[in-house]
Design a protein around this ligand. Structure first.
Ligand code: SF4
Ligand code: SF4
Length: 288
């Protein structure tokens, strides 16, 4: 997948559905009701994208999913600009390149996000770097089966995509990573030094809210079309995806990737329950 495809969501502008979605997201992060509306809007956009892509090559579907992930970044920028224009307060992001304490936490992501990551890494890393990454992923996937976030932090387990304190796939990093932006990096450093996974880190609410809304909306949309809505630990899922010749095929056929689940993942049953209640409330999410 090229960067151009990732940078330009096909429904970013000139599309009534996209405009409606952006309008909804404008309020989402400060209002529970609007956040729920946002999740529904993203879920509807997801099922529409999947339905429209029926019969199209798998890569088309994946480009659409990648666009949804990228879209979160653009939406956040739009929200920030809107607040600047209206002279509303903003929380400054204190993250900086090379700061990577948060890359030692448990990260879970959806199957489409992992497929996008896999395609990006396969097309950008040279064969040696790719082989090294596969080896790191295999080790990390084994560790993730027994370690919770606290022991992971204590043992200083870095994400296998972290190389020289930089993310190897920053452009297509998971929504969870996108949403994890701090308003105080000293607090992140202190939590890392103390190996305290429960430390209160002040997050930048726009990114966190958008990322969370898109995660839930994406899950509900996938569930509505019989696809795996769950999120799995990064190394376990990415390892499995990279070991599968055409991972999008089983995914689009409705195969569950539950073999990749780790004890620290969001419980699959509760994800499905939440998705089911969203689908039950919204006729637009049901198959026509
Ligand atoms: S969230 Fe914290 S640890 Fe992660 S990049 Fe930002 S400041 Fe650094
Ligand atoms: S995917 Fe990238 S941003 Fe996310 S934890 Fe791993 S190295 Fe950090």
């Amino acid at each position: 997948m090229s960067d151009a495809e990732i940078e330009r969501p096909p429904w970013r502008s000139g599309d009534a559905r996209a405009r409606a979605l952006f309008a909804t997201l404008g309020n989402a992060v400060f209002d529970q009701e609007a956040a729920a509306e946002t999740i529904t809007s993203v879920a509807r956009a997801t099922v529409e994208m999947l339905d429209e892509a029926q019969g199209a090559p798998t890569t088309t579907v994946l480009s659409l999913m990648a666009s949804l992930v990228r879209y979160a970044a653009e939406t956040t920028d739009d929200l920030r600009e809107g607040r600047v224009r209206r002279r509303l307060p903003l929380v400054a992001v204190d993250c900086e390149e090379g700061c990577s304490h948060c890359c030692h936490l448990h990260v879970s992501l959806s199957v489409p996000e992992a497929i996008v990551l896999s395609e990006y890494l396969s097309s950008t890393l040279d064969p040696d770097a790719l082989a090294e990454l596969r080896a790191r992923l295999a080790v990390a996937a084994r560790e993730a089966q027994t370690e919770d976030t606290a022991s992971r932090l204590r043992n200083r387990r870095a994400c296998p995509l972290l190389v020289s304190d930089r993310c190897s796939a920053y452009r297509v990093r998971p929504l969870a990573c996108f949403g994890a932006s701090s308003a105080d990096r000293r607090r992140c450093a202190a939590a890392f030094d103390d190996a305290d996974p429960d430390a209160a880190i002040p997050v930048e609410p726009l990114r966190a809210g958008v990322a969370r809304s898109v995660q839930f909306g994406l899950a509900a949309g996938l569930y509505a079309r019989g696809l795996d809505p769950r999120r799995y630990e990064l190394a376990s899922l990415l390892s499995a995806i990279m070991a599968t010749a055409e991972p999008s095929r089983p995914f689009l056929e409705g195969v569950l990737f539950s073999a990749c689940a780790t004890p620290a993942d969001p419980p699959g049953a509760s994800v499905e329950q939440t998705c089911a209640s969203l689908v039950a409330r919204d006729p637009a999410l049901r198959t026509t």
